[in-house]
Design a protein around this ligand. Structure first.
Ligand SMILES: [Ca+2]
Ligand SMILES: [Ca+2]
Length: 324
């Protein structure tokens, strides 16, 4: 047999080599695709494990809160108020914090009233003034109309339907700050922390650290807890006139938390009249923030709960999962 023309065998060799290279390339490509899929599956697996871990961390915080032995007194030295951190057997880490709503003033209090000396409307007016808003009347009226049941007021459906784009006020307690900022005259900026320039400034308060939005319907206002509330909140409650009395109460509670309201009122009769009906020594609503992290990912849970004041049972009011 005559030998094949050299040019053709060279071409065949080149084609064969090209085919090998090509096949190699395809194999590598498949491997890479397989690798990317495996990585995506792995990331999804981690995500699921983090979801479970963060839910367990939040549930654990609820157990600690429910196990509180003294439901009549809540203060920041109790076990539930301490940060809870764990490193799990599977290598993921979790952290959880419990914060009582009683240390802030609840915006949704505006929808209800009780026989307190001072009503939510007046307290919110003073709190806003204390936080540097010297013309809060219109805003408080708008807020009250937005969340009260009825349709009677300046800032009800007829008012919001004239806006562009038009919308309706919900006429119920608000569930999230995203709803609060839709009230006429209110804005996200008002909820940003205000740097304290002068500690002696009577009007240097901060709505971000003085108020809260507990997402639940109420029969009467949520009382402020005198054992956990800040000076700002107590000042707002007392109508800004009792600075010395508030300072006195704060120094007393540093020594020992108030076990009863009678104890506090006895220590400061001038506050008793102003705070009657608006304060308590324990908290009923709590916010739990939990996060789980590991392998470059993070999952979060924010939960609002109500703890029954007599049994300690925990009821979840709101449960929000996130990644940030
Ligand atoms: Ca307690
Ligand atoms: Ca209304």
């Amino acid at each position: 047999m005559p030998p094949p023309p050299p040019g053709r065998s060279g071409m065949a060799l080149i084609l064969a080599l090209a085919a090998i290279v090509l096949a190699g390339g395809v194999a590598l490509h498949l491997q890479a695709r397989g690798g990317a899929r495996a990585r995506a599956e792995q990331a999804e697996l981690v995500r699921e494990r983090l979801r479970v871990a963060v839910a367990e961390a939040a549930r654990e915080a609820m157990w600690v809160l429910a196990a509180d032995e003294n439901l009549a007194v809540d203060h920041l030295g109790e076990e539930w108020a301490l940060p809870m951190e764990t490193t799990r057997a599977d290598g993921l880490a979790t952290a959880a914090w419990v914060e009582d709503a009683g240390r802030f003033y609840n915006w949704n209090n505006l929808a209800v009233s009780n026989n307190a000396t001072r009503q939510p409307h007046d307290i919110v007016l003073d709190l806003m003034t204390f936080c540097g808003d010297f013309t809060p009347v219109e805003r408080v009226e708008a807020l009250q109309d937005y969340l009260d049941e009825d349709d009677e007021g300046h800032y009800e459906a007829a008012f919001y339907r004239r806006l562009d784009p038009p919308y309706d006020p919900p006429n119920r307690p608000l569930w999230a700050p995203e709803e609060w900022v839709r009230v006429y005259g209110l804005s996200r900026d008002m909820l940003r922390p205000r740097p304290k320039i002068d500690t002696a400034d009577l009007f240097g308060g901060d709505l971000a650290s003085a108020t809260v939005l507990v997402p639940t319907a109420l029969d009467e206002p949520i009382p402020v807890n005198v054992n956990t509330a800040s000076r700002e909140v107590l000042m707002g409650l007392t109508g800004l006139k009792q600075e010395a009395a508030v300072r006195h109460v704060l120094s007393l509670r540093q020594v020992q938390p108030f076990q009863t309201l009678g104890m506090m009122f006895m220590a400061s009769p001038e506050l008793a009249a102003a705070l009657e009906g608006a304060v308590g020594t324990s908290s009923e609503y709590f916010r739990i923030d939990a996060r789980a992290f590991g392998e470059g990912q993070q999952r979060t849970v924010m939960a609002w709960v109500r703890r029954d004041p007599s049994s300690g049972d925990i009821q979840i009011l709101q449960w929000v999962e996130g990644e940030g």
